[in-house]
Design a protein around this ligand. Structure first.
Ligand code: NAD
Length: 438
């Protein structure tokens, strides 16, 4: 099939590439000329394991194209995907300006029957709003062309995005008619053959499935974080508690790792947007609001724990390993490290930072200066530091040589925000160690 994807972010690029891997011919359209220029040079503007190889191969085989020309993108395709951003607006609602721009562009250049598929995470009712935008433009220009707006939310995880796309637990499609259903069935056929997991539903339910899934997972994280905080008070061990809980197949062991709160481009904004959508419709989400509140508090835990060892942070130097919201990604949106570093700087500390791939993005929020120093490698960050904070569970931090850390860190204070080091091993080397469970 001939397809076009609007948006070359994490979702757009993975969708574009994986659809080509399914043997479709796919255009990627972005308004950001810099990103399209990078693609022209063969450079992928995001870090996602495995993506570069897949792009290189599918491009060489002639199935991948890209442009800033929206008209070209619409006219080329029989199905147009919208994978543009839906960042939070000032009231924590999803900002739909980019989604509406794509709907407007779609209507402007619509030349034959087509399906617009919304992959972005959008509040319930957005597909209907886009349908109206398109219909109004067609009516105003006197065009009578069949079209439909479908909902097909994306569930990929950054760092495992390709596998998530190619081997999905489920593909949720919200459609209004057989027109949309037939096109999406044909499009995803290579994935359905082995999985039989394409779930068709109505558009409104499909839009809610995405928010409900993210809010549920975020709540699971906040839940175990609260259990961890309580366990600490009574000298119990949350690692064993989550292990014991996770053995129950009704609960499952995933998303039960206590830590310093969830971050990233999805959970924080989607949780808040669902709360706001509830409000707009007169519903007060009590559980989800509490999960959000608990998460905000959790992000302050590393500095609170650090103050037990270093009550006055003025003039101290704090080493930070890990800036991204999770390992194997350069995405720093809503990362707990942002809260931690803001608090440390406000307390008068100097921070020395290291992350294997996220430092360039981080510099856009915290440019390097006297109080903010970026290190070139994981051990350099420790030089002259008073304490080490581990904020992302990269394997290279998990397996870092602890005796080398001991040599470079004179006071041997470690706050392990991801519980990746063994307390007993650290204490044998006279570390003052605190994880998120003790
Ligand atoms: P992103 O911000 O990384 O990328 C969005 C892209 O859209 C940008 O490159 C931007 O220039 C482009 N864009 C904006 N307006 C455009 C227009 N009119 N025409 C063409 N391109 C335009 O966003 P993302 O992380 O890929 O997320 C996209 C959507 O998918 C969001 O709704 C997000 O919530 C959802 N989602 C994200 C993830 C994730 O892990 N990142 C996972 C599932 C769902």
């Amino acid at each position: 099939m001939k397809l076009t994807v609007f948006g070359s972010g994490y979702v757009g690029l993975v969708t574009w590439t994986c659809l080509a891997e399914l043997w479709h011919e796919v255009y990627c359209i972005d308004v950001d000329e810099k990103k399209i220029e990078l693609l022209k040079q063969g450079i992928i503007p995001i870090y996602e394991p495995g993506l570069q190889d897949l792009v290189t191969r599918n491009y060489a085989e002639g199935r991948l194209m890209f442009s800033t020309d929206a008209k070209l993108g619409i006219e080329f395709a029989e199905v147009v995907f919208s994978a543009v951003g839906t960042p939070p607006d000032k009231d924590e609602k999803a900002d739909l300006q980019y989604v509406k721009q794509v709907a407007t562009t779609f209507a402007t250049y619509l030349d034959r029957p087509k399906l617009l598929v919304n992959k972005s995470t959008v509040p319930v009712g957005t597909a209907h709003a886009c349908q109206e935008i398109i219909q109004d433009i067609l009516d105003a220009s006197g065009k009578h062309i069949q079209f439909e707006v479908a909902s097909n939310p994306e569930f990929l995880k950054e760092w495992a995005a390709i596998d998530d796309f190619m081997n999905p637990d489920r593909i949720v499609c919200g459609v209004a008619s057989d027109f949309g259903k037939e096109l999406l069935t044909r499009l995803y056929e290579p994935l359905c053959r082995s999985y039989r997991n394409v779930f068709f539903t109505d558009i409104l339910s499909s839009e809610i499935i995405k928010y409900a899934s993210n809010a549920f997972l975020a709540t699971k994280i906040s839940f175990i974080n609260e259990i961890a905080n309580f366990a600490e008070l009574v000298w119990a061990n949350v690692l064993d508690i989550s292990r014991g809980m996770g053995m129950d197949s009704r609960i499952g062991n995933r998303f039960l790792h206590a830590g310093i709160g969830y971050g990233g481009s999805c959970f924080p904004k989607d949780v808040k947007a669902l709360i706001q959508t509830g409000k707009q419709h007169g519903y007060d989400f009590k559980i989800i609001k509490s999960a959000d509140e608990a998460n905000t508090l959790q992000k302050s835990l590393p500095v609170k724990k650090l103050r037990k060892f270093l009550p006055d942070l003025q003039g101290t130097t704090i080493a930070i390993r890990g800036l991204a919201f999770k390992p194997k990604t350069d995405d720093i949106r809503e990362a707990p490290s942002i809260t931690v570093i803001t608090e440390l700087l406000a307390a008068g500390a100097k921070v020395q930072l290291f992350d294997p791939v996220a430092m360039e993005n981080f510099k856009t929020i915290f440019p390097a200066h006297d109080q903010v120093v970026y290190s070139e490698w994981a051990y350099q960050v420790l030089e002259w530091a008073d304490a080490l904070l581990i904020l992302t569970e990269w394997n290279e931090f998990r397996w870092a040589d602890i005796s080398k850390v001991a040599e470079l860190l004179p006071h041997r204070i470690v706050i392990d925000g991801r519980n990746i080091r063994q307390k007993a091993t650290c204490e044998k080397l006279w570390f003052l160690y605190a994880g998120i469970w003790q």
